[in-house]
Design a binder for this molecule. Structure first.
Ligand SMILES: Cc1ncc(COP(=O)(O)O)c(C=O)c1O
Length: 334
C-alpha cells in the first residue's frame, strides 16, 4: 500500500490483536468469527480515536502547538484519549464539555482530569455553539501568547483508519483463511471513511458492513462520501470510485437512536462478556456487535468466508452506563 505522507506522532508501538472468537462461534454455531481489538491499546484504555490522535497530534506538533483543545460530552472517548495522548506528547490540554457541571458529569469526566487536562463545563449548549466557544477560547489563548490546536478535523482523523485497514490486511494475510467481511460502527464518518479508503488501496478489498449507531443511511452515506473524496484530495492517492466498492449499510440495529440501548445491544454486551470476557459499551460497540452476531446467525457471511468485527473501544464509558441496562445484570445461566 502507498504510505500516507502526513505528520504523525507515534502513540502505538504494537499492532492491536486480531483474535478468533471461538467461544462465541460455539455459542452461535458459526465458524471463522474474529475481532480486531482496537480497544486494546497501550494508552488511556485504547479506542479508535487513538489512531486519529497520531495524526491530530502530528499536525499539532508540525504547527508548533503547545496546547490542544478538544470538545465532547462528559463521557466522550475522544476527550479522554486526547487528554491521555496530550500527556504522552507533553502538550497541555483543555477539555470542553457541552454539559452542566454536576456530580454525575464530573464523575463521567474524571479520567480527563486524571490525565492532567483542564476540564471546562460549557453548560447544555448545542454542537455549533460549542464549536464557537472552543474557537473563542483558542483566540483568547493566542492573545496570551499560547499556540493552541483544536482536535477533531475529520480528514486528518480519518488517516488513522486508512492505516488501520492496512494493518488488518497484513494480519489477515497470515491466516489460513483470510478475512472476507469486516463489520464496524457507522457514526460521524472518519473511522468508517478512513477504513473504506485504506481498504480500497489494497489488492483484494474486504466487504465492509457498517452498522449505523447514529444516523439514517442517507446521512451516513453522505458523510462518508464527503470524507472519502477529501481523503483522496488530501493524500493525493488514487482510489476506486466509492460507488464501486463493496459497502453494505445496516440500519436495523440502531433502535430508537444514538446512545439508546436496545434489547439486542444489551444481549450483545452480556454475550461477549460471558463467552469471551470482552467488554462492550452501549453507545458504539454493543450495537455493532449486535449487528455482527445477527449477520452471522442469518448467514450474511457465507460458509468459509471469515468475518471480523472491529472493537472501536469506549470501554471506559461502560462504568457510567449501569443505569442503561434494562434487564439488569443476572447471574450467568439464569
Ligand atoms: C468507541 C467509539 N467507536 C466508534 C466511534 C465512531 O467513530 P467516528 O466518529 O469516526 O464515526 C466513536 C466516536 O466517538 C467511539 O468513541
Amino acid at each position: 500500500m502507498s504510505e500516507i505522507k502526513a505528520p504523525r506522532f507515534k502513540l502505538l508501538e504494537a499492532e492491536t490483536p486480531l483474535r478468533r472468537l471461538t467461544r462465541l462461534e460455539e455459542r452461535l454455531d458459526r465458524r471463522l468469527l474474529y475481532v480486531k481489538r482496537d480497544d486494546q491499546m497501550e494508552i488511556g484504555m485504547g479506542g479508535n480515536k487513538l489512531r486519529s490522535l497520531e495524526f491530530w497530534l502530528g499536525a499539532a506538533i508540525a504547527e508548533s502547538a503547545d496546547i490542544v483543545l478538544v470538545a465532547g460530552g462528559p463521557m466522550s472517548n475522544q476527550c479522554r484519549l486526547t487528554a491521555a495522548a496530550a500527556a504522552v506528547a507533553g502538550l497541555d490540554c483543555i477539555v470542553f464539555h457541552n454539559a452542566r457541571e454536576h456530580e454525575e458529569s464530573r464523575r463521567a469526566s474524571f479520567l480527563n482530569g486524571l490525565f492532567g487536562a483542564q476540564v471546562r463545563f460549557l453548560g447544555p449548549v448545542d454542537e455549533t455553539r460549542r464549536a464557537i466557544m472552543v474557537e473563542d477560547a483558542a483566540a483568547e489563548l493566542r492573545r496570551q501568547g499560547r499556540r493552541p490546536y483544536v482536535v477533531g478535523d475529520a480528514i486528518i482523523g480519518a488517516l488513522g483508519y486508512v492505516a488501520a485497514a492496512g494493518e488488518l490486511h497484513r494480519q489477515s494475510r497470515e491466516l489460513d483463511h483470510p478475512i472476507r467481511h469486516v463489520v464496524l460502527p457507522g457514526s460521524m464518518g472518519p473511522t468508517e471513511a478512513g477504513f473504506i479508503f485504506g481498504n480500497a488501496l489494497q489488492d483484494d478489498p474486504f466487504e465492509i458492513h457498517l452498522v449505523s449507531v447514529e444516523y439514517g443511511q442517507a446521512d451516513l452515506a453522505a458523510r462518508i462520501a464527503r470524507i472519502y473524496g477529501d481523503l483522496a484530495a488530501h493524500t493525493g492517492l488514487f482510489v476506486a470510485d466509492l460507488n464501486n466498492l463493496p459497502i453494505h449499510y445496516h440500519m436495523d440495529y440502531l433502535g430508537p437512536g444514538y446512545g439508546e440501548p436496545t434489547l439486542a445491544s444489551e444481549e450483545a454486551i452480556l454475550t461477549l462478556a460471558r463467552t469471551e470476557g470482552i467488554l462492550l459499551e452501549h453507545v458504539y460497540t454493543a450495537k455493532t456487535f449486535a449487528g455482527f452476531i445477527d449477520m452471522a446467525l442469518r448467514g450474511r457471511f457465507p460458509a468459509g468466508e471469515p468475518a471480523c468485527v472491529i472493537h472501536t473501544g469506549g470501554t471506559a464509558s461502560l462504568f457510567s452506563q449501569f443505569h442503561l441496562f434494562r434487564q439488569g445484570i443476572t447471574v450467568a445461566g439464569q
